[in-house]
Design a protein around this ligand. Sequence first.
Ligand SMILES: [Zn+2]
Length: 71
Amino acid sequence: MEEKSKIEQKALECPVCKSNKAMIAGENVKLGGKFEDKEFLTTELTVLKCTKCGYYMFFDKMAQFTTKDKS
Ligand SMILES: [Zn+2]
């Protein structure tokens, strides 16, 4: 009986140009914003930037990347 890995591995693909190459632009980034009259703050995110078109992608800190070694 096989058990699927619970660790989510994201195959990187830029939604704009479909490139799978991205560099880490920032780690542990929190984004703040406003929705209606309430301010919010996201959890820590990893920000990747597509090396081809410059599109920014945001991932939850818990996500694991195929480009990164497991710790
Ligand atoms: Zn791109």
